[in-house]
Design a protein around this ligand. Structure first.
Ligand SMILES: Nc1ncnc2c1ncn2[C@@H]1O[C@H](COP(=O)(O)OP(=O)(O)O)[C@@H](O)[C@H]1O
Ligand SMILES: N[C@@H](CCC(=O)OP(=O)(O)O)C(=O)O
Length: 362
């Protein structure tokens, strides 16, 4: 079997007992499955939920808390316990694991984003299993991933993973929630996630999971757009992950239409950066950028909006008012205005406002 880089995401529903408490035997089970892949030479990164599940009982809550402060306190208590369980489980397999707690802010800041990917690559080089969770205890409502599905897709993108395996309590994607509709049909293989499929995916049916199939499908769509193969499903036998890699998994396989890898710098612009301004371009510049892969020259810019700085990411609009992409601008707003007003002159004609390597069409 070809050696590959695999992201395994395990949801709370797969790590807990019926009452919602963390299950040590399930942690041991998954650690052993991951070790099998590592021993075969694959690189595995684990995205694990379960902090709230591990912590709420210790805080005296009878069941999983629903308030933000309750969940954040439970996660603060549970995360260290969760890691302790994983460390013991991997130790039994003669492996070491490491913890990374990420937030959306780590993705928005380009340097932190790049550091996260460098750290994980270094761990993998040393045969350590990186275990990632969202840093639940400090995040705000606007900046939370909420569940780990999208986080796992974004990590699979910046690590250029071959495959993302999302393990959950259901054996795949259905055309309706099978827990509510017994006639729902399962998709075994999908090459695209259409609006229709998305409209049939609902939230979680349990009080343990967050987001349900709807959030898994949004995450899968992102991973597919980054050229990553995705599997969503379940299982409890000894060959769980090996079966999934061999195409025998109990779930739905999703294949990307293109395996083209997007460089991390471009991924950052496309998926994480915040825009600080807008520019409008004429039809000629639009054709040059979208059809001929050219950089943007100031002569094609018709107007500038916002007080952006050099190297900020800005949105690019066409004459119809449609956003056609995002890119890093080479000049601050006032300087760019000046260059545009002089763009008929020979010196400024060739200056690039956005380089094609710093540009992402939408
Ligand atoms: N169309 C669908 N196909 C499959 N499952 C669905 C669908 N719509 C909603 N679900 C629900 O999504 C749940 C899995 O998501 P979730 O509870 O968030 O799990 P996890 O904790 O693993 O992230 C399933 O138990 C199922 O009830
Ligand atoms: N970060 C949270 C995960 C939230 C959650 O329940 O996510 P999931 O089970 O993946 O839908 C935790 O560790 O409890």
């Amino acid at each position: 079997m070809r050696k590959s880089r695999i992201i395994v995401k395990i949801g709370s529903s797969s790590l807990t007992e019926k009452a919602g408490h963390l299950s040590t035997s399930k942690i041991n089970y998954y650690a052993a499955r991951i070790s099998q892949l590592t021993n075969e030479g694959h690189q595995v990164i684990l995205i694990s939920s379960g902090a709230v599940a591990a912590g709420f009982k210790l805080l005296g809550y009878p069941s999983r808390p629903v308030t933000i402060s309750g969940k954040q306190a439970a996660a603060a208590t549970g995360q260290s316990l969760l890691m302790q369980r994983y460390a013991e489980a991997f130790h039994q397999q003669e492996l070491t694991c490491a913890q990374l707690l990420l937030t959306k802010n780590d993705f928005i800041n380009e340097e932190q984003y790049s550091n996260a990917s460098n750290t994980i690559n270094e761990l993998l080089k040393r045969r350590i299993i990186p275990i990632i969770n969202e840093n639940d205890s400090t995040i705000t409502d606007e900046l939370t991933f909420g569940d780990n599905d999208m986080l796992s897709a974004l990590v699979s993108g910046f690590l250029h993973a071959d495959r993302l395996i999302i393990l959950t309590d259901i054996d795949g994607i259905y055309n309706d929630n099978p827990l509510k509709n017994p006639h729902a049909k399962k998709y075994h293989q999908l090459n695209e996630i259409t609006e229709e499929i998305l409209s049939h995916a609902q939230g979680s049916s349990t009080k343990i999971g967050t987001g349900g199939m709807a959030s898994k499908l949004r995450a899968a769509k992102t991973a597919l757009s980054l050229g990553v193969h995705v599997f969503i499903g379940t299982g409890n036998d000894d060959r769980l992950l090996i079966n999934i890699l061999e195409g025998q998994g109990n779930g739905t396989y999703l294949s990307p239409t293109s395996l083209k890898v997007m460089r991390n710098k471009k991924q950052w612009i496309a998926y994480h950066s915040k825009s600080n301004g807008r520019i409008y371009i004429d039809d000629g510049a639009e054709t040059a950028m979208l059809k001929r892969g050219k950089s943007l020259l100031p002569i094609g810019i018709t107007s500038v909006e916002g007080d952006f700085q050099q190297e900020d990411v800005i949105e690019v609009f066409n004459q119809k008012g449609l956003m056609i992409g995002k890119g890093k601008i080479n000049y601050h707003a006032k300087h760019l205005q000046k260059i545009i007003s002089e763009s008929e002159n020979k010196k400024t004609k060739r200056i690039e406002a956005i380089h094609r390597d710093q540009w992402i069409p939408y």
